[in-house]
Design a protein around this ligand. Sequence first.
Ligand SMILES: Nc1ncnc2c1ncn2[C@@H]1O[C@H](COP(=O)(O)OP(=O)(O)OP(=O)(O)O)[C@@H](O)[C@H]1O
Ligand SMILES: [Mg+2]
Length: 375
Amino acid sequence: MTPAPAVEIRNLVKEFIDPRTKSAVRAVNDIDLEIREGEFFAMLGPSGCGKTTTLRVIAGFEDPDSGELLLSGRSMRGIPSFHRPVNTVFQDYALFPHMTVIQNVMFGMRMARVPAAEARARAGEALEMVRLPNVERRKPLQLSGGQRQRVALARALVNRPSVLLLDEPLGALDLKLRRAMQFELKRLQQQVGITFVFVTHDQEEALTMADRIAVMNMGEVLQVGRPEDIYERPSGRFVADFIGETNFLPGVLEAKSGSEGRVRLADGTVLTGAVRDPDLVVGNGVALALRPEKLVVENVTADAPPDLQPGQSTLPGRVTGATYLGTDARYQVEVAGGVTVVARVQNQQHGFSGMLAEGTPVRLSWATEHGSVLA
Ligand SMILES: Nc1ncnc2c1ncn2[C@@H]1O[C@H](COP(=O)(O)OP(=O)(O)OP(=O)(O)O)[C@@H](O)[C@H]1O
Ligand SMILES: [Mg+2]
């Protein structure tokens, strides 16, 4: 028998009353989620999409209007937050400023009347786990942002929750520290084996750390999958646009057969792409989505480019912008219909002497399967 999911959400709805208009705002609009035991799960979406609300329902700080929440198969209906096997790390850490580091970490255990010696030992262990030795007697204001973050983590881990909820825990850190902490958090999660539910609006952060990601928008879950599923096979335009950079070539779905669709662009060009949404209707407006790094840019005025391999697609265009970025070059290429397509080309030669000048006529090509037909 497969074990029950660590977190299971069914048809969850949560509304708030807008204090100004007195009308109901649907913060979470009928979502379903299954988070597996030991998984590093990210909830990713723009500001206001309902991430914190979902987390607060799991933690028991909010009651849902309808729907079910189960933790390890057990319904949480009527179970107060302090009796749930979860702990939360908040964005602002919410440390007690007048307490020292060790007092902060021991606070929950003191409330739960854990014997002093045991509490002391567990707190020391937790601080070691987050790699924060020798600051036990300091107060939060005497710590750096990254150190405060670690104290908050230690405080949450010390209770040995089965699920740890993290609400944008790295938001206050600068980029470099953020990257270091992403790595640390991942290591920590693997070490302790606790289920992590990590909320972020930073797509790179979600891709870096998560085993699976739920992409949310306007109170709904649009797609759940591994980072590579979400990036390579987005289910719709919002996901493709929110995760990474994407070109959208607007057109009409002319035909579809199996997992392939033919898109007629405004100028009459017909391109083929992968169809993953069975609800796409022939005759409707769609977009062919192409990632900039999947495109090959070839100068057609120099030597004639080689013949296309089978399974490749192509579009003629003209370079309208070229930016040298060190690791790669970013080209803007105008194609039929006046649409600008962005292509990224890796810098494999010293000095990138091969940069194409503005105005150069080029051929864009890509493996046909890399084009996604999206509603
Ligand atoms: N207590 C509340 N009263 C009224 N509206 C609320 C309340 N809490 C949240 N909302 C509204 O519910 C929606 C979702 O809010 P939520 O805090 O869950 O978003 P979020 O995804 O966490 O956003 P962010 O990335 O900005 O933290 C928003 O429209 C928000 O204004
Ligand atoms: Mg939030």
